[in-house]
Design a protein around this ligand. Sequence first.
Ligand code: TV7
Ligand code: CA
Ligand code: ZN
Length: 406
Amino acid sequence: ENGITRPKGYKVSFHYNSRVEDMHFGKTHPMKPWRLTLTKHLVLGYGLHYAMDTYEAVAAGKDQVRAFHDPDYVDFLAQVSPQTFADLCAMPRFAKYCPPKHENDTIDLGPFNLSTSAGADCPVFDGMSTYLFLYTGATLAATHQLTTQQTDIAVNWSGGLHHAHRGEASGFCYINDIVLSILDMLRYFPRVLYIDIDVHHGDGVEEAFQRQPRVMTLSYHRYGPYDETGHKFFPGTGDITDTGLKGTVGEHFALNVPIPSGIDDRQYKFLFEAVTGRAIEAFNPSAIVLQCGADSLGGDRLGQFNINIKQHGECVSFVKRTRLPLLILGGGGYTARNVARAWCHETALATDNVLPDAIPLDIVPRPEAFQNRAHGNGLLYPPFQRLHNNECKDADLEGMVKKIDT
Ligand code: TV7
Ligand code: CA
Ligand code: ZN
């Protein structure tokens, strides 16, 4: 016996699809869908599938995706591949979306911020269309389980792609599965709270609901200049003064917690619990969507925070304690072994299971991914080689919370 039990008094559903995991954005692209395979290996290795209902996702339909996205963009996404890209771009219907070309561009941008050039944030890759409609299908299936009260917590680690806009891909995100999910939820729940702990600002979701007082968006993210050239950390939005569209009924229903690099567990816990607690109290949501981007972990390839898996998970526990219908999604996360650790740990938290910290290396197919000679094979405290200087001052935290709470 592995000791894994189903949670008492509530249900958890787990949505996945193996075909999503086998996709490749390109050799050097930081987004690695196989981190989902690694996550699944840990979840199965620990036996957490005994604690949940598991569902293999089917692809979302174009009509479902059109509930938020531009119809031309949806048709393009449904047909695009490296083979069809040039021909599609040449069609008058899509050519009008192509930006003018510049002499010394390193990246050839096509329509909708898509590109076949190496180095593009949103590349066109083999199987891309399948990938997009499948991760979206998984989120919509998870949402359906919640809105029909067949489950209490639904999990889709392949979703959470918060940067996609109505008619444009952005920051590794093509279809905004989160927006589509919340739109569905609004047919059943009076108010939906969206919480985003990815290290990047959840700009696409905030923008989609900037005029909607029934949706509150709350993002925690790295914000500010991050290099010598004064470039801002992507996407550069989400200032503390950004609280929704001024002069509309949506004003005050967006919250942003911009954070300097290097924030530690204690500081993050303080900010997260103070601001999220107040948001829940003031907004009184009927359901919650939690985007659990794992690039906020210390040692992430793109992130700049220093928080550990235990604190990342405490955000999930804190939100779960509201006992509201909860959709848990993935998002960013670029150091695959740590992404898998965090999301497996959070699957355990969702199902009220406590896992032994030693990863069961004998039952995961790729033990070498979790084996480290110097630091062992712990689940919660992997070695973080590259920690960031903590630029986050204790003295500023209290003031930030006050400023947001107005
Ligand atoms: C949700 N950072 C998505 C986060 C999206 C971040 C960016 C890269 C990057 C892209 C690559 C690549 C990279 C090592 C890192 C202004 C630019 C600078 C392209 C090189 N290596 C999420 C998006 C962010 C693509 N984009 O929130 C191919 O880093 O900063 C930018 C924009 C222009 C484009 N260039 C980067 O976590 C899922 N991109 C290597 C190959
Ligand atoms: Ca965020
Ligand atoms: Zn991110």
